[in-house]
Design a protein around this ligand. Sequence first.
Ligand code: CA
Length: 271
Amino acid sequence: MRIPVYYSSYADKNGTHETNREIVQMSERRILLVEDEKDIADLVALHLRDLCDEVVIARDGYEGMRLATTAEWALIVLDLRLPGPDGLEICRTVRRERSYQPILMLTSKSSELDRVLGLETGADDYLTKPFSVLELVARVRAIFRRIRNMQRNPDPESTADTAIQAGDLIIDPKRREVMLGPRQIELTAREFDLLDYFARNPGHVFRRADLLDSVWGYGHEGYEHTVNSHINRLRAKIETNPSKPEMIVTVWGVGYKFAAESKPAHMASTT
Ligand code: CA
């Protein structure tokens, strides 16, 4: 049996085309869109091109897997159901290699959400089809806004780039690394932002809607369960006993707070 050959298309903003083999160097703002439904892919790519330098479309899971793992991307927009490796498989593979890779997952059924939000997947955000293009654009803008904020030279008065310590946890925003004792913890981009935000505001009780606004960066009404699932994943990674969390604790009827004390970490003072 012949395996069908799929082609991914690539065009930069000047409309010139190159072969996929040439797409290996990193660019500031390149989006990989893995979507087998041509109409959706074309429509989404049309709008994403306004937000970035390049959009590369992979039209099946094989091409998606290859491109996702051989180049770096500002964002990967990943359809769940694909010919070949599906979106979850691609997401897991990418995460093993680069935990810090923004991934936006597209699902066709809300019943698939549980899998997307599952502990092992690690997508930063998701949209359920049919979604409005405006909503997609808003999500992508928010992701890029976060990246820009991270890259912008910090205000000298600001302590936002200072590493902080809470118990055995050291959070280093410059390297976007988290150590738990001697062990480095792999967090997704969103998990890192969430933990960093909590640790910089110890004792403060946040409602889920506050966290959506501050960490996700845009109005997300109705997505409060996203916060829960990210917090559960974070707890699984940083808490000694995730079912009895001591760092990020639930404040019943309100939301969450960071219960550990945090202070500036002295990274060089290891003896
Ligand atoms: Ca599909």
